[in-house]
Ligand binder design. Structure first.
Ligand SMILES: Cc1ncc(COP(=O)(O)O)c(C=O)c1O
Length: 453
């Protein structure tokens, strides 16, 4: 039986009624991806209030690598509920927190001693990583990247690149933050081409130390190993080793923000493993909690111990149910070999996307790492004019036909794949068929507009 089942016009009457209540009761600030309201979800599907069933390519924005309500994760949460819930780790410590810290310390790249501290969200993890780097180096400045997304709290928002909607109207921002171009080869800021560019963007860091901020003032360089909200850009192999080497030379803490790319999304537990780099600090969140909120800051023990007792903390951080869920999530990833599954999903997507690109020049770029993959849509493959309206229409077509997707990119023209890694091949085929029909619809629409003109 097919997973996708569409029984009403989308949105159905019950979804429409709830959306009307939402609009009256909730501010317009939180974005609405699809006007379909969830009733239940399992594995890689979501059912709405009207009984329509969708394949989920969004995974709660990359939080469900292990799938909705994975049975072993559900069980671990229920078992923890029977023991205790909130205590506050700073008041009376408990075992699942320590066990999860030990697990992440062991999984993070590098044979050196590591320590892990938990918070609730990705933005908080980023904030704390910067606090720790500043306490360790006793320096103020932070270097981040164009097209980066690090969250919506004030420091995290200041590190985020895209202005509208993330920063517009929210100034002033945190000081001592400096931004340099990322290795976004499809739209290289230096108009160079890889590999003849010799990774000029990474070497630009040394130039920044001469022209913008002295290396001796820089506490940290923070980078996403694969851009998330910025459009699923995976830099060439030399990019991160070069950055990490420069950081090491100047005593700067290199932070890999793996909030979106971590926990198996790219075919390795941490995306930075693809680059052979051992970051000083790694931030994780999203899929770590198997659907519950938890985020982690994992790093070199001597750096993590820089803030004194009481310097770090948060009331709910490392909630026992979230820690139990995270331990079960990691066990599931290992037991079900979901890292290999991620790689396979990425390959299947790439094959399909290449065939689509032959038919439709609308697909300007196909990219990603493992199951963290995407297509960038352009109106013209030469000018690379971003096809933002077309991407929005594609997402619209998809949810009307049973596939929930989310877009990304500084230019709003990237269709990204964040499907739960437990998706079956049959479900993947169904989903690709919807995506393909959507691309045909959007490409046809564009041709109609052009021939009409
Ligand atoms: C790379 C990255 N860092 C940080 C964040 C912020 O995470 P949160 O929304 O949990 O605060 C995100 C969220 O999308 C992200 O993708």
């Amino acid at each position: 039986m097919k997973t996708i089942q569409i029984k009403t016009a989308i949105p159905g009457p019950k979804s429409r009624a709830l959306i009307a209540r939402k609009e009256a009761a909730v501010p317009r600030g939180p974005y609405l991806v699809a006007p379909v309201c969830a009733a239940k979800a399992e594995g890689a599907w979501i059912e709405d209030l009207d009984g329509n069933r969708y394949i989920d390519f969004a995974g709660g924005i990359g939080c469900l690598n292990m799938g909705h309500r994975a049975p072993s994760v559900d069980k671990a949460i229920r078992e923890q509920l029977d023991k205790h819930l909130h205590l506050c780790f700073g008041v009376t410590p408990y075992e699942p927190y320590v066990a999860l810290a030990e697990k992440l310390n062991a999984l993070a790249p590098g044979k050196f001693p590591k320590k892990t501290f938990f918070v609730n969200t990705g933005a908080e993890a980023v904030e704390n990583a910067i606090k720790i780097a500043r306490a360790h180096t006793k320096r103020p400045a932070v270097i981040c990247f164009e097209d980066a997304f690090h969250g919506r709290t004030f420091l995290a928002m200041s590190l985020t690149s895209k202005t509208n909607p993330y920063k517009l109207g929210f100034a002033p921002f945190a000081t001592d933050i400096y931004r340099i171009p990322y290795a976004y080869c499809y739209r290289c800021s230096y108009n160079k081409t890889y590999p003849s560019c010799k990774i000029a963007c990474a070497h630009h860091l040394e130039d920044t130390f001469r022209r913008v901020v002295a290396a001796d003032s820089v506490a940290a360089v923070i980078a996403e190993p694969v851009l998330g909200e910025g459009g699923f850009v995976a830099p060439p192999p030399e990019f991160f080793p070069t950055l990490a080497e420069i950081c090491k030379k100047h005593g700067i803490v290199f932070i890999a923000d793996e909030v979106q790319s971590g926990i198996g999304r790219t075919g390795k537990f941490f995306a930075i493993e693809h680059y052979g780099v051992e970051p000083d600090i790694i931030t994780t969140a999203k899929s770590l909690g198997g659907g519950l909120p938890i985020a982690a800051i994992t790093g070199r023990a001597e750096i993590m111990d820089a803030p004194g007792p009481g310097g770090l903390g948060s009331t709910f951080a490392g909630n026992p149910a979230s820690c139990a869920a995270a331990l079960a999530t990691i066990e599931l990833l290992e037991k079900e070999n979901l890292l290999a599954r991620s790689t396979a999903i990425g390959r299947q997507f790439e094959l399909r996307a290449k065939a689509w690109q032959k038919k439709w020049p609308l697909i300007g770029d196909i990219r990603g790492l493992g199951g963290m993959c995407a297509i960038e849509l352009v109106r013209d493959p030469v000018t690379k004019e971003p096809a933002d309206a077309e991407t929005k229409e594609l997402a619209h077509y998809c949810y009307e036909h049973g596939l929930i997707t989310i877009t990304a990119g500084t230019f709003n023209n990237v269709m990204r794949i964040l499907v739960p890694l437990v998706v079956t091949d049959e479900q993947l085929e169904e989903a690709f068929a919807v995506l393909e029909a959507g691309l045909a619809h959007v490409a046809g629409m564009k041709q109609a507009v052009v021939s009409h003109a």
